[in-house]
Structure formats: C-alpha cells, structure tokens
Write a protein that binds this ligand. Structure first.
Ligand code: SF4
Length: 193
C-alpha cells in the first residue's frame, strides 16, 4: 500500500468506537522518507479539531524540543498510538489501541525507520514493553525489530511538571547522538552543533 491509499483508507476508518465522537482522524505528519518515527498517545482536543498531531501548547513544546537538536517536523514523522481522540482525553482503551495498531504498523512498514521515539508512557508501554516505567527508563535504548527505540516524557507531562525538563534535555542530546550514529540523511544540510 502507498501513502496516498493508506491515508485515504485510514481517514474513513470506523474500526472502533472512537470514530463516533471524533471530528478528524489524525493520520500523522512529517516526511514520508523519515528515518526517525515519533509515536505519541492519542489526539487531544485541538488535534481532533485540526487533524494534526501535537498542536496547541504540547505541540509547541514538542517543536521547541525538536529545535534543540536541529530537528523539525519536516525531518521526522509523527504519529499516534490511536488516531481518533478518546473522549475527555482519557487514556485509549486496550481494545481501541488494538483496533488502531494496524494503521501505525502500515506507516512503519512504509517508513522503515531506524529510530523510534515514544512520547509518553502509553506509547512506551505499547511499543517497548508492557511494564515500561517512564520515570526510570526514559532515555534508555531498546531494540524493536529493525529499529532502536526509546521514550521521552510526553510534552504534556513536561508542561505539568517543568522539573522533568533537564532530564529530557539529556535524553534529547542522546537522541541527537544516536541519529548522527545510525541515520543517513536526517541531518542533511544541518550545520549547527
Ligand atoms: S481510533 Fe483508529 S481504529 Fe479507531 S476509528 Fe480511529 S482510526 Fe479507526
């Protein structure tokens, strides 16, 4: 399946109950040849209204985090564990995550990313290990198929608790070093330190 077909089919998905309350399916954003895939949890209110992941305050913080390591949305790909907003921003239910997983799997098959970055606990528990502890294991690298994978605190958690930002800065610098080590074109044309 190509990106155009995948997007079209995903935007029409009714495979779980979240289709009944969504305004938009939040398919994903970024480069279709990205070597680094960021995976968030699920769309919030603004994401649901605008159809794009990570907008609003958390999205602005994510953009700032990316900028710190010479990245922006055009150099990576950002998608969510579920593509429709859970009502009142509750955690996505296991059955909703299970129903939605094949869309992200298809995106991953098209991208074949070298690195995956989970944003937050829900994503890390799904893609790294079920007992992942974000407070202890953020910033650590694990193997996931052909990719290496790590987790950062979710930007919304960093807004709630700015005291976690110094640890996240360390994790971001580790991510930058890993990108330089294993990726081929993510930093093409970037000359700053
Ligand atoms: S959350 Fe995923 S599985 Fe459920 S309706 Fe939306 S796109 Fe389909």
């Amino acid at each position: 399946m190509d990106w155009t077909t995948l997007r079209k089919e995903c935007l029409a998905c009714t495979a779980c109950g979240l289709c009944e309350t969504r305004h938009n399916v939040v398919f994903g954003v970024g480069s279709e040849t990205a070597e680094v895939l960021f995976i968030g949890e699920g769309p919030g209110e603004q994401e649901d209204l605008q159809g794009e992941p990570f907008v609003g305050r958390a999205g602005k913080l994510l953009d700032d985090m990316l900028k710190m390591i010479d990245l922006d949305r055009s150099r990576i790909y950002i998608a969510n564990t579920v593509k429709c907003r859970p009502p009142k921003n509750r955690d996505p239910l296991p059955e909703e995550q299970a129903a939605c997983l094949h869309w992200l799997t298809a995106q991953r098959e098209l991208l074949r990313p070298k690195l995956i970055v989970c944003l937050g606990r829900i994503s890390a528990m799904r893609f790294i290990k079920p007992d992942f502890r974000i407070t202890k294991e953020h910033g650590q690298w694990f193997r996931n198929g052909d990719a290496e994978i790590m987790a950062l605190y979710h930007p919304a958690a960093l807004l709630r608790d700015p005291g976690k930002r110094p640890e996240t800065f360390v994790d971001l610098k580790a991510l930058q070093a890993k990108i330089r080590e294993v990726c081929e074109h993510t930093y093409d044309s970037v000359h700053s330190a």
